[in-house]
Design a protein around this ligand. Structure first.
Ligand SMILES: C[S@@+](CC[C@H](N)C(=O)[O-])C[C@H]1O[C@@H](n2cnc3c(N)ncnc32)[C@H](O)[C@@H]1O
Length: 278
């Protein structure tokens, strides 16, 4: 056997080992899921890919909303979230709104909680997420997690696709809109267009998964990826969400302010300006 074949065998063995270990950890985590449900505590583990966000992004989101709430002089602060999954990001917004104590503070979550990946995107991540739709599992987990986190009194769920729901909402009513729905280019583009008009003057439009900005990527390569959720730029050797990079880049027509993939821009009249955090 030559050296090349040995390397291939090692790679294959390594991948198989990682798959087996992942399978095991998901089975063990399934027990933790049942335990959390029984105990009435939130669950964000690997089962149903419940944990979606990165810890450092959640920190940046929490910091942003708390700073905004401190500056805000209105009677009630309204947040719209597009794409909630098991409630990880919703709980960040929700807890800040509850702790702020203004009576009318509201978090509106829009999500169909229905399988949405296209056949061209059957990555391990989307396969794991697919398991969450069995018996409405992920929607039930969203309700469990938000209830256990005591944000349900400030929460309105609108179950359905953003394309149907966002146009029904009144313009300029949200102080913060967070876009983290379907990451395919055409959806990101439509979500941003429909969300931008919902942001009040001085408010924030933000979103997740901007690992690379449009000016940094090979645009033709990203477009050729079609509906693929997550790809690796061969020149930069970095993984990124092509739909988010293209959609955000086209909507704003320039670089946006961002921190570890969490991006945010402020609406000032008919312009979008960078969000400067302390
Ligand atoms: C990346 S996950 C959201 C993760 C969540 N924000 C968090 O941090 O835990 C993407 C979500 O978008 C939702 N989604 C997919 N298509 C959608 C659509 N057309 N409108 C609204 N939400 C959609 C999915 O059901 C899924 O819950």
């Amino acid at each position: 056997m030559d050296r090349k074949q040995n390397v291939m065998n090692d790679t294959l063995r390594n991948s198989l080992y990682q798959l087996v270990m992942l399978g095991r950890s998901i089975s063990i985590d399934r027990l933790r899921y049942h335990y959390c449900k029984m105990k009435g505590v939130p669950y964000f583990g690997t089962y149903m890919a419940a944990r979606q966000g990165w810890a450092d992004r959640y920190v940046a989101m929490d910091k942003l909303i708390r700073e905004e709430l401190q500056k805000y002089r209105g009677l009630a602060y309204q947040v719209l979230e597009v794409g909630s999954w098991a409630g990880g990001s919703a709980i960040i917004w929700g807890k800040a709104l509850v702790e702020d104590k203004r009576a009318g503070n509201r978090l509106v979550c829009v999500d169909p909680w229905k399988f949405y990946a296209t056949p061209s995107d059957l990555s391990l991540g989307t396969r794991l997420m697919k398991s969450g739709f069995k018996n409405d599992g992920i929607y039930r987990l969203f309700r469990h997690n938000t209830r256990c986190s005591q944000i349900q009194d400030n929460l309105i769920e609108l179950r359905g696709a953003s394309a149907e729901i966002l146009p029904m909402l009144a313009p300029n009513q949200f102080q913060l809109v967070y876009v983290d729905g379907n990451h395919s280019y055409r959806f990101v583009k439509e979500d941003l267009k429909a969300s931008g008009v919902l942001v009040a003057d001085g408010g924030i439009l933000c979103g997740d998964d901007l690992e690379l900005q449009m000016e940094e990527i090979d645009v033709a390569f990203a477009r050729a990826a079609g509906d693929k959720d997550f790809i690796r730029d061969p020149k930069l050797e970095k993984w990124f969400h092509p739909g988010v990079a293209l959609g955000v880049g086209e909507y704003f027509g320039r670089r946006v302010s961002q921190k570890c993939g969490f991006w945010a821009m402020r609406k000032m009249g008919n312009q979008w300006v960078d969000v400067v955090q302390s």
